[in-house]
Write a protein that binds this ligand. Structure first.
Ligand SMILES: [Zn+2]
Length: 438
């Protein structure tokens, strides 16, 4: 497969890899003929990137992105991928959905907006608020403006302020009561920075302007404004803005406290890391992703049957298209480290259950993940890979900290036997109470 001018698909003769789907090559310099080059021509026979050629051929940012892709098996055939389906199978339904998204101009949810959706579903708020917000974001609320557009016999005006058409933007952002709620919750500074346009644009601007705690309040606030609107439509008196703000604050706090209590209770019953059998090695793998900075990293550590650290590697990743890709990359990195130091009889542990499932079942999805899974399975034999095990986060805490450490690095770091003091302490303690130093 050849390079296209807007997207690198790292699936090529003799070498299969996959670029994050949101990576675009802005310009390729003259030394590479865009129309005729295949990815394998950018690699050494061993499968490693030809970094000199890549740096000479691409703009610096693009070269760094390409070089950040993991080493993959050199003996892999071309394959077609369809990353809009979880397992990579094209269906009319998934194609139709992509076409609709493109028509709306927002791209597929698994492309431009994927970090945004991942962020939303991880918000520490009740699911009913998330689901409401998801509908609002997609324009699926039955406001009077929406109903009128669908030729339902209603009079389109806002019954809260009696002053305007009741669009989603109006009721959740521009209506008098909404303006007052947001002024009190966000402050004038933030509000003045937001250009009032369609609702999704307002939300994405806010997402970039406020921290996650405030964003949780925002979502709860939208839900409260909508329930207030429904009360008014059904004949009740609306709430004053100040009362709604107090309610939103209290609701968010109570939910967070209740969740933290549950979390602690679960943690106290978590199993800790377990040593492998004599003669075996355990590789713990994890990935870390920082939403705001876009930084990502993977961390792996190999330990023997005594629990002693044999080697560890902390690698920054310049870009990633999904958390699942990053977690798969961490597992592959673990296998590479095992090959590099020559251990055999290894168990891979990760808290990414979906990735472990694919590896255990030897299922190669026809998505971006496919190339990494395929390479991991192919290389597994060379380290006598015994099993892939999904563990709870608490049993993977050292790898997690090493992955976190990668967020502050510019290039990979490898340690052999002697771990840095902070990691050594975690290895000794490796318990649910260990605190990540990074
Ligand atoms: Zn209004």
């Amino acid at each position: 497969m050849r390079f296209e001018d807007s997207l690198i698909l790292m699936v090529s003769g003799g070498r299969t890899s996959s670029a994050p789907s949101n990576v675009s090559v802005q310009k390729v310099l003259d030394s590479v003929d865009l129309k005729n080059v295949v990815v394998s021509e950018l690699c050494h026979p061993s499968g490693a990137w030809n970094s000199e050629l890549i740096r000479n051929s691409f703009l610096p940012d693009d070269a760094s992105l390409i070089l950040s892709l993991p080493r993959l098996s050199p003996a892999q055939d071309d394959s077609l991928c369809w990353h809009f389906d979880k397992r990579g199978f094209y269906t009319v339904r998934s194609g139709y959905k992509v076409a609709l998204d493109l028509k709306k101009g927002i791209g597929s949810s698994s492309m431009q907006l994927s970090p945004w959706w991942r962020f939303l579903w991880k918000c520490n708020i009740p699911n009913k608020c998330k689901i409401f917000f998801w509908k609002a974001f997609n324009g699926w609320l039955p406001t009077f403006a929406t109903l009128a557009r669908r030729r339902v016999d209603v009079v389109d005006y806002c019954q809260v302020c009696n002053d305007d058409s009741e669009s989603i933007t109006h009721i959740l952002w521009s209506c008098n009561s909404a303006v007052e709620v947001w002024r009190q919750l966000l402050g004038d500074d933030v509000i003045q920075r937001i250009v009032v346009s369609d609702f999704p644009s307002i939300i994405l601007s806010l997402w970039r302007s406020v921290d996650s705690v405030v964003f949780n309040l925002l979502i709860i606030g939208y839900w409260r404004l909508w329930t207030n609107r429904n009360s008014v439509v059904h004949g009740s008196a609306g709430w004053a803005a100040a009362d709604m703000v107090t309610w939103i604050d209290n609701f968010a706090n109570e939910f967070r406290l209740a969740n933290e209590l549950n979390h602690k209770e679960v943690l106290s019953h978590q199993p800790s890391w377990k040593t492998p059998k004599r003669g075996e090695f355990k590789i713990n793998c994890d990935a870390s992703f920082q939403l705001r900075s876009g930084k990502a990293g993977v961390g792996v550590i190999i330990r023997d049957y005594k629990g002693s650290a044999i080697a560890a590697r902390s690698s920054p990743v310049l870009c990633c298209s999904s958390v699942e890709m990053l977690e798969a990359q961490a597992c592959l990195e673990g296998i590479h480290l095992a090959i590099d130091i020559g251990v055999s009889g290894v168990i891979i542990e990760s808290d990414a259950a979906s990735v472990i499932q694919l590896l255990s079942d030897q299922t190669v999805p026809r998505t971006e993940l496919g190339a990494i899974i395929h390479t991991s399975l192919a290389l597994g034999a060379s380290v006598n890979l015994l099993s892939y095990v999904a563990v709870r986060r608490e049993a993977n805490s050292v790898a997690h900290c090493i992955a976190q450490h990668a967020l502050s690095l510019d290039s990979p770091v490898v340690w052999f036997e002697e771990m840095p003091p902070d990691i050594a302490r975690l290895v000794r303690g490796d318990s649910p109470t260990s605190v990540c130093p990074f």
